[in-house]
Design a protein around this ligand. Structure first.
Ligand code: ADP
Ligand code: NI
Length: 218
């Protein structure tokens, strides 16, 4: 199968699978990450556009958070799909490396993403977690997980290990401190860094407004 066909088929597959997802991992998240990845790849003159696009489309195929913490579920599901549609071993291995390492695993865990293609997808995924869309996704996720929005006086918690991060049950506002506000400094590419800056500023302004309203000052 031609590379273009691989991307088209995969887009159709994930669209169908994620159409009715309500936890922030819906098809439109994948669509935005796909578009952002292509945009960053153009700026970075990346070697393999197909790997970037397939990695973006498949990056959340089987998230550990929804598979009892199993980190191998994602790459397994991606490999089985890519084998089914006849992708080459080289493309399959490269995409599985992306799916395996894309996720944020807490402030204290090192990033194991090795390839430029993977770094691009990771930046795109992180950009979609911050800014106006990121705020919306955090509250959508919090709602679907039954989390409290905010508890005044609760100190921000930042996690040292993946275990800590995965087990945490804190408020949605704490998610800004444990993850969203850290992402700006974790961007891999120049394009990603630049785009993260304005999204980050927006979140800071958002939180200031949120606290002022919470306290009845506005
Ligand atoms: P990604 O798709 O970037 O890997 P995740 O799978 O960690 O992100 O989460 C999906 C979305 O839900 C993201 O926007 C993320 O910020 C949000 N999210 C994850 N955990 C929480 C949480 N504890 N509270 C609020 N939002 C969360
Ligand atoms: Ni994602």
């Amino acid at each position: 199968m031609k590379n273009e066909q691989l991307v088209k088929k995969t887009a159709m597959f994930v669209r169908k699978k994620f159409e009715n997802e309500g936890s922030g991992h819906d098809w439109w998240h994948l669509f935005r990450v796909w578009q952002l990845s292509k945009h960053i790849a153009e700026q970075e003159e990346v070697a393999n556009q197909t790997v970037v696009e397939l990695g973006a489309l498949l990056h959340d195929i089987a998230d550990f958070k929804f598979h009892g913490g199993d980190l191998s579920a994602g790459p397994k599901a991606a490999r089985s799909w890519l084998t089914k549609i006849g992708a080459s071993k080289q493309i399959t291995d490269a995409v599985c490396h992306i799916v395996e390492n894309v996720s944020f695993k807490g402030a204290g865990e090192a990033n194991k993403m090795k390839s430029l293609e993977g770094k691009i997808v990771q930046d795109a995924d992180r950009l979609d977690a911050i800014g106006a869309v990121g705020v919306a996704r955090a509250f959508a996720f919090g709602g679907s997980a039954g989390r409290t929005m905010h508890i005044p006086g609760e100190k921000p918690v930042i996690h040292k290990s993946f275990d800590d991060y995965a087990k945490n049950q804190s408020t949605t506002v704490n998610h800004f401190y444990e993850k969203l506000l850290l992402l700006q400094d974790l961007m891999n590419t120049q394009t990603g860094k630049k785009m993260a800056r304005s999204r980050h500023k927006f979140m800071e302004a958002y939180l200031n407004e949120f606290y002022a309203e919470w306290d009845g000052l506005k």
